[in-house]
Unconditional design. Structure first.
Length: 58
């Protein structure tokens, strides 16, 4: 039982051998802040999300 260097994960040691690369977030921006665009149009903000344009009242 346990893990050893060079062995895969799982019951039959056939899983991932390489560690998962993690990109740590150190700023105070949201998860989708990079590339996010907003436009003001008469008291509403149009934000691009995964489903398309979403209008939000301010």
């Amino acid at each position: 039982m346990g893990w050893r260097t060079g062995e895969g994960l799982g019951r039959h040691r056939e899983g991932t051998v390489e560690p998962i690369i993690i990109d740590f977030k150190t700023d105070r921006k949201g998860l989708v802040a990079e590339g996010e665009k907003t436009q003001k149009s008469g008291g509403m903000v149009v934000m691009k999300d995964l489903l398309g344009d979403t209008r939000c009242l301010l």
